[in-house]
Design a binder for this molecule. Sequence first.
Ligand SMILES: Cc1ncc(COP(=O)(O)O)c(C=O)c1O
Length: 397
Amino acid sequence: MNLAQRALGISPSPTLSIDAKAKKMIAQGLDVINFGVGEPDFDTPQHIKDAAIEALQKGMTKYTAVAGTDQLKQAIVNKFKQDNGLEYQPGQIVVSCGAKHSLYNAFQVLCQPGDEVILPAPYWVSYLEQIKLAGAQPVIVPTRQENDFKLTVAELEAAITPRTRLIILNSPSNPTGSVYTRLELAALGEVLVKHGIVIISDEIYEKLLYDGLEHVSIAALSPELKELTVVINGVSKAYAMTGWRIGYAAAPPAVAKAMADLQSHSTSNPTSIAQAASVAALTGTQQPLQEMLVEFNRRRDFMLEKIRQIPGVQCRQPGGAFYLFPNVSSYFGKSYRGRVVQNASDLADLLLEEAKVALVPGVAFGDDRFIRLSYATSMEKIAQGLERIAALLAGIK
Ligand SMILES: Cc1ncc(COP(=O)(O)O)c(C=O)c1O
């Protein structure tokens, strides 16, 4: 059976496949330390689970409105107001099956063949595939390690053509953990407004910030920017709810309607019970999130200290999310027991096979000089894993 052209171009998510490979090795009894994970290792807080159980007992097991229940949409409207200073009507909110689905809907309703989408690299891998699936042309714009992997105004201006339709911004970023400041966003925003470029602002890591950094939504900077922006967020990362599959978007009314209409013919509403749980996540106590943040912060500091002690590895201090993104290119062109390491992919293979440490090579994010390590795992595992990495790297000559 022949596959459609559209399907032939899709690459499977490398982050999910590395995680799956590591989990399989662990299931086979191998002692693998998994730094490939993209989800908090904490359990969903009890009050959120209780809300789901209550919804189930109350019989909230039927279809809901396609774009989400009134209660959840109101909770999201309130969240945007309180956290981001953004005023939306419930009709501007679309709840979907994870932020990934929200992004998919947004690209589908906003892009078409002939459109160019600016994608600053390193980027989260699904953006690239989703842009292509929408028939648009990704324009990958490399950012610089020296600039904390943040797009500059000059880089943005150089990438704009008459075909530029959209840009994707992700702060805090996966994989780099970089966080744009208000001033940086305002400077980029000025150029984007001048050219009428639509912004998809993925703010899924909003709550996972350290060092007193502030999260700013570019949509909140001016009415013009709000009109041009689709904000993406969700409960997966902040509330350890990756399996519940609830993400959401806030957009100008016509865009939100188109996204909901599209969704009405694909998944319909996201799971009713997960929606009830998400209301509890957004409106209930934020104490579990605070506790998770303290722990993530402790782990980040520890992992960063250890990784910086390894000769030839450079790593910036990331301000958000739960990843380190060190540069390992000083090892390229050298060998480990006769195996040449040409890039981060070779190194990731070597680390998994020889040191039993799983991590994601930077090729998944558009720059194969780097590796991504998640610290969503215990301190003990971080200590062991880093020892293994240091030992293997010491053997590369
Ligand atoms: C930058 C970014 N956006 C979106 C998502 C998707 O989140 P969800 O699990 O809610 O679909 C992820 C998950 O890894 C992510 O890292």
